[in-house]
Each structure stands twice: as structure tokens, then as C-alpha cells.
Design a protein around this ligand. Structure first.
Ligand code: ZN
Ligand code: ZN
Length: 100
């Protein structure tokens, strides 16, 4: 005799505890809100732009034949590496915080 025991499928979806860390909307890093200081967030206040460095402050479109790296830099500080550490520090701001 074979009495099948019904398999109790208890699919307990493991609900993770709400994350303690928030995600910064400026530098996209996760951070601990209780350890958030004005030096915590490093970011570039301006955009990574695509134009030529120019001492005369005249900017040019990138032309054919121009090496792309010659014309890409942060508008705020001139760093040419997109991964360059931010030139400004401030508090992290999460997506929950009010924008100001
Ligand atoms: Zn940040
Ligand atoms: Zn910068």
C-alpha cells in the first residue's frame, strides 16, 4: 500500500528586511543615513560633456578624426576620466529626501 503524503508547498517568500542603507541619487552609492556627513558624497556638480578643452573658452563640436577622449571632460573641473572622483563633496541625498 502506498499512501502518498501530500506535499505541503509552503512557498514562503523570504521578505528581506527593509534595507538600512539608502541609495544616493547624486553618486548612486548606497550609504548609511546615520553616517552621512558633508564629506560623504563625492560627485561632480556638472555634467560630463563632449567638447574640446579650449583656453579661449570657445567650445567646438567634435569633428571626424578627433580622438574622442580629447573632447570629453567634466564641465565643473575638467577631469577627463569619467571615473574621476568627484571634485565636490556634500551630504548624500536619497531619492526619498526632498529636493532642494
Ligand atoms: Zn552620494
Ligand atoms: Zn568635477
Amino acid at each position: 500500500m502506498d499512501s502518498g503524503v501530500p506535499a505541503s508547498a509552503s512557498a514562503s517568500a523570504s521578505a528581506p528586511a527593509p534595507p538600512k542603507h539608502k541609495t544616493c541619487r547624486k553618486c548612486k552609492a548606497s550609504y548609511d543615513p546615520s553616517a552621512n556627513t558633508r564629506l560623504s558624497c563625492r560627485f561632480h556638480p556638472s555634467f560630463f560633456v563632449c567638447r574640446r578643452h579650449d583656453d579661449q573658452k570657445r567650445y567646438y563640436e567634435l569633428r571626424d578624426g578627433d580622438p574622442p577622449y580629447a573632447a570629453k571632460f567634466y564641465d565643473c573641473c575638467g577631469a577627463e576620466d569619467p571615473d574621476a572622483p568627484g571634485c565636490t563633496t556634500d551630504l548624500h541625498r536619497s531619492y526619498d529626501d526632498a529636493q532642494d
